[in-house]
Write a protein that binds this ligand. Structure first.
Ligand SMILES: NC(=O)C1=CN([C@@H]2O[C@H](COP(=O)(O)OP(=O)(O)OC[C@H]3O[C@@H](n4cnc5c(N)ncnc54)[C@H](O)[C@@H]3O)[C@@H](O)[C@H]2O)C=CC1
Ligand SMILES: Cc1ncc(C=O)c(C(=O)O)c1O
Length: 306
């Protein structure tokens, strides 16, 4: 039985732990914040219900996650440790050192980092060849694609082990061939987010209308036809004509939208704080998450049915 430890139980933690447990792994998890542990514990039954509705391979119980009192307790005897703490390099490196000192020589250490180069994380451990990126997408129990990213010193066997693990979970591993910041998913997503925020800040469109435009004009389409295939569908000549005048116009800002920093400064972090770019009524968050989860399930089943 493969033993996996998940370090960090925030937005991503419970869903990842549940998917690993349903896949038949023995899962332990920990968090330095007791409230995060209790929130994750409380989320597991609903996540398990969604995985049942999706019909993913069930080799274990998605709620069978053991919550450890410390990182050392969580990682003891683990075959895989997934680091899942906040996106801060120094913190991740500190946690990687702590993991490295507590695991066996055969343990694979993975990171769910959104885009910090894996090479920077493996630089602080004694066996860098056992380090690999395992980048899940939010919500992790509903999005089947996981990026597998090898750092400069990652062993081929480590990368291949991770690909096989993800396939065994019934999910979609995508091997990112170069350890570039943001990998692939977030480089594309953040180009979209940068342009979207610019269009709203420049008064070109209202936020709600931008979401409608992108979700139904682009997201719906890309869920069925990926960008590379879409170029053939639209016509490469059309792309050349439009890109020739449009590429010079697209946002190239290297900083982060002031609107984002301003809201963070007011404690408006998004769903995790009850308000962000949008306001949410107190009871709305739970119904919003449930409604979105239902739609994720319906769309994923529609896209994967033969
Ligand atoms: N939120 C998202 O949409 C996605 C985030 N990610 C990445 O996953 C990682 C985690 O992201 P989130 O879950 O959103 O972060 P989060 O901030 O919601 O949760 C992080 C958790 O780590 C805990 N933590 C902090 N230091 C710790 C330590 N030393 N030991 C154990 N636990 C510790 C915190 O108490 C918190 O509960 C980040 O690298 C992020 O970039 C990846 C995919 C999507
Ligand atoms: C805004 C944002 N940033 C990072 C990630 C993943 O690393 C996501 C996501 O998975 O959806 C995201 O929405």
């Amino acid at each position: 039985m493969t033993i996996a430890a998940v370090i960090g139980l925030g937005t991503m933690g419970a869903g990842i732990a549940a998917v690993l447990a349903r896949g038949g792994l023995t899962v332990r998890a920990c968090d330095t914040a007791p409230a995060a542990v209790e929130r994750a514990r409380g989320e597991l039954p609903a996540i398990a219900g969604l995985l049942d509705r999706l019909g993913t391979p069930a080799r274990g119980d998605a709620t069978a996650v053991a919550f450890a009192g410390s990182l050392e307790e969580a990682v003891a005897g683990a075959d895989l440790v997934l680091e899942n703490v906040p996106e801060k390099l120094e913190l991740k490196q500190q946690v990687f050192r702590q993991i490295d000192a507590a695991v066996g020589t055969d343990c694979i250490i993975a990171s769910d980092t959104s885009g910090i180069p894996i090479t920077k994380l493996q630089a602080v451990v004694s066996r860098p060849e056992r380090v690999v990126g395992m980048h899940w997408s939010n919500p992790p129990h509903l999005i089947p694609m996981i990026e597998v990213v090898a750092g400069r010193q990652t062993g081929t066997a480590t990368r291949d082990w991770m690909v096989a693990l993800i396939r065994g979970l019934g999910l979609l591993p995508v091997v990112v061939k170069k350890d570039v910041p943001g990998f692939v998913e977030n480089r594309v997503l953040y180009a979209i987010m940068r342009e979207a925020l610019d269009l709203v800040e420049e008064g070109v469109i209202e936020p709600e209308d931008l979401d409608t435009c992108v979700s139904w004009g682009i997201g719906y389409k890309l869920a069925i036809v990926g960008p590379m295939k879409l170029l053939d569908m639209a016509g490469l000549d059309i792309y050349q004509s439009v890109a020739s005048y449009l590429n010079p116009e697209l946002s190239r800002r290297a900083d982060v939208s002031g609107a984002i920093a301003e809201r963070i400064g007011r404690g408006r972090l998004g769903l995790k704080s009850g308000a962000g770019l949008f306001d949410y009524a107190p009871g709305e968050l739970q119904s919003l998450r449930a409604e979105r989860a239902n739609r994720f399930v319906a769309v994923r089943k529609a896209l994967t049915e033969d």
